[in-house]
Write a protein that binds this ligand. Sequence first.
Ligand code: ADP
Length: 177
Amino acid sequence: LEAKEEFSHKTLAMDVMRPRRNDPPLTVITQDSMTVEDIETIINETTYSGYPVVVSRESQRLVGFVLRRDLIISIENARKKQDGIVSTSVIYFTDHSPPLPPSSPSMLKLRSILDLSPFTVTDQTPMEIVVDIFRKLGLRQCLVTHNGKLLGIITKKDVLKHIAQLANQDPDSILFN
Ligand code: ADP
């Protein structure tokens, strides 16, 4: 296989990541503007294993990654055991939370369940390298960015599906050597 030819076959992270071109956008959580109710809605309406946390919807700057199960447990616990936590309580993933007006409901701080350094690759990363990273680091998911902005997600299952697809097209794929 010539180097040039090899290059033209290369699948990039952007070809495997979700969402796909016509899919609804990535389900993200903002670091300091969503309420307990907002996040409970996300948990009830999606089944993803986790959610990227961003500075704001407009910026799409990645702050970290939070697992669905940790969110469920923490919100359940807080509702049971923490005074003043109600549906309208704002959830903070930030280091410092702003002082609240006396009339507003207690806030819920969840920075402790945030993975602050989730693995990321850029959208132009060849899948060959992404597969290697998943294997070597035992990743469950990897986030995809472009110019520092969050673009998508690739899970271990997405990678396995991609490998299976390659195997169908090209049984001698280098991924299997
Ligand atoms: P798995 O891939 O093991 O089923 P998930 O349930 O987390 O894991 O993801 C299901 C599909 O949805 C995958 O194709 C993944 O890329 C995508 N996905 C995962 N998390 C999100 C999210 N927060 N927003 C949008 N799509 C997601």
